[in-house]
Design a protein around this ligand. Sequence first.
Ligand SMILES: [Zn+2]
Length: 133
Amino acid sequence: MIIQKKYYFYAAHRNKEAGIKCGRLHGHTYDIIVHIKPEVLTNGIGILFSDIDRMIEPIIKEYDHYLILNQKDTLCEILELAGEPFIKLPFDTSAENMAIWLFTRIKNETKLPIIKIELAETKSSNVIYEIKS
Ligand SMILES: [Zn+2]
């Protein structure tokens, strides 16, 4: 039995390591599907959808309507001087890295039995990160 929950957030970023197009500041609607494998069903229920939301939504919403940058990006210093809020991460903000980051945060912070995450930056491009159970 696999439970899927869908989330999304809007954010801007740039990835200087991914070519000219992705190196420009731009935004995405990040669509996320979290796959959870409950160990047991109790009265036909694995984990209540609402309990999953209560744990995962706060993590996802931390990134909503923010600019997300690699902490090494030269823009960080300028934005800090300007007092602009943004999020620094310790990696280039590729879809692959974002998927691993969110997977790890959700797994560690919620202790939910997450086995896979799908993250889409666009309607036609997504990545899947999973661990074999
Ligand atoms: Zn992008």
